[in-house]
Design a protein around this ligand. Sequence first.
Ligand code: FAD
Length: 394
Amino acid sequence: MSNVPGQPEVVIVGGGVIGLSIAWRVAEDGCRVTIIDPAPGRGATWAAAGMLAPVTEAHYGEEALARLTLHAAGLWPAFNADLEAAAGQGAGYLRSGTIVVGADHSDRLALDDIRAYQTSLGLAVTPLSRRESRELEPALSPSSHGGAYVPGDHRVDNRLLVAALVAACRAHQVTFVTDRVVAVDRGRTGAVSGVALETGSALAAPAMVMASGWDLASVQGIPAGALPPVRPVKGMTLRLRAGGRAPRLSHTVRGLVHGVPCYLVPRNDGSLVVGATSEERGADRTVEAGAVYTLLRDSRSLVPGIDEYELVECATGLRPGTPDNAPVVGWSPVPGLALAVGHYRNGILLAPVTAAAVADLLAGRPLPDVVAPFGPERFPTATSSDLSAGVAIR
Ligand SMILES: Cc1cc2nc3c(=O)[nH]c(=O)nc-3n(C[C@H](O)[C@H](O)[C@H](O)COP(=O)(O)OP(=O)(O)OC[C@H]3O[C@@H](n4cnc5c(N)ncnc54)[C@H](O)[C@@H]3O)c2cc1C
């Protein structure tokens, strides 16, 4: 569909996987969409590994989040097919499952505990002996301790995904503004009316979606009480290119190495993403030698053949973390301002469900039940009493 005068207008602040997915879906719904971002796709989205892992990411006490991530995983096949059709290019989506292994006996016991919890949630996890796991993935170390096969945890190439989302947005006439929003303007009613940009210009914004990842507080003009608590959680991944003799992986391998999680995610071209650190270091993006060493040491203990790979990149990103590790999707107390932030360690997986939910919000449709628990009102700081609720734009 092409944009025509009279279509509702939406400004999206932030063009990571969340902002881009929303922009595409909302433009498809018939809105005129502008994305503002100084470097679309280069935030946490760029550093991510691209695991779509509702099962191995299910943690104790996060059952509502697990329902959301499972729902998102169920949306991925159609999301991917629609995206390929809209963009004319693929995103490297693969449904080849995940193998979980322990480096030593106590890692194996810890993984057995987690498997019992996952099974209690009704998730499909098949225990594997060392021999069985090496039959599925011969590159695993002979000294690794078998763990489990998780058929429902898949993967996508997050960087191909960014390219496909940008192409899909362009196909739907989404406008990209390469700039940073420094302030939100609000009219006499308190509703959003526009944004001020770092380069000095301004844009009208009758409706706005904040999809800026962890970075909410640096934008002026939104009352502090209207913003949920989102913090940066530093993470590093390594990109490894396969040399001629390097053993290839056909599944994602997730391991516990002396109590520390580690993963290796293969790409279609045989390269690998190894990750990831998780560090409470504020907005620091430094590549520290110790973190690179730890990731290589731990991943090598699971797959010794990574010695044959070339180390081509160390990428750091800032996960948008919230106090309950779950995203914030819904109207803010500022009229006209929707939030889609705080996707923490699952933003790639959650993109289809968040994009659909924000399209529902903007169109005045009710949110799906599975998304409703994740509104900003669950945080007291985001429910300032002098602000009224947001409104649909049509
Ligand atoms: C090391 C690592 C590994 C990960 N692995 C996975 C994984 O395997 N699977 C998974 O599902 N998730 C993973 N994640 C999490 C996932 O990457 C994030 O949840 C997701 O990228 C969040 O997307 P986002 O669009 O909200 O944020 P970002 O990708 O950070 O995008 C936010 C964008 O907003 C822009 N922005 C910020 N402020 C402004 C402003 N004032 N004006 C204009 N633009 C602004 C930024 O430039 C940026 O492009 C990983 C994260 C890391 C760091």
